[in-house]
Design a protein. Sequence first.
Length: 262
Amino acid sequence: MDLNNFWQENKRFVVTVASGAILFVIGSMVVQSFFKSELQLHERDARTRGDKLRNTAMFGTRELERAQQQNEALNTAIEQLSAAVEFKTRARFQLDPAKGPAQNQYFATVAAVRDEVLRAAGRANLRLPEDLGLPALSPTHELEIQKTLEAFDLVERIVHLALESGVERVERLEIKLDPGLSSRAGVGEIERTRVTIVAAGAPQPLVRLLMASQSRAADGPLGALPLALESSDLTPARNKPDEATLTAIFCVVRLHPRTSEE
């Protein structure tokens, strides 16, 4: 190969490569001179800290016992709080596989409870919506049927508390299942079926209804109290100073704690 011809044809390329190599060597020398000592210092510090962590017991038996005690106390508190907030459905409103199809049980329970509630309301002169908050289209899937019956259990308790408190009118009752039941994301760790009541009349019975729903009582005909209350709003009537309207949202709460794998 004729080097002279190669140089004439490729001298620009050769000069560029050579210049790059020279710059690389110079840059490496600059980095070494400015940062090598600092890098070595950090490497020594990292090795020292690693040796210290490997050779030093950070936590002893006493710390382990304390952590275990705290964990047990937290688990106990979680169990107590969960039991206090989770809704306990009465047997009457639960599906029983031995009693036939879920839809038949739903219609039988709704008919019997509605008849009892409306009869009691009639005797007490309490005005109630005829549907008692039930959906216009009856649920068809078993899970939806069970959740609606649980909400109807809550409706029946609220109406009985309204009767005992002397409430004059219940203008609206509405059952709304947790939207997560029909979504791909699911309900999450806390499932909430909401029951909304709008009642009107003299303020004192409305206040008594709220207080009764939050009083503490063991299991009885109405189940355990207090009822989970999401929100409440008591507003005076505009044209009647002796009347007010109560809007309250109660919840059927179901807890779905995460598993250890999750």
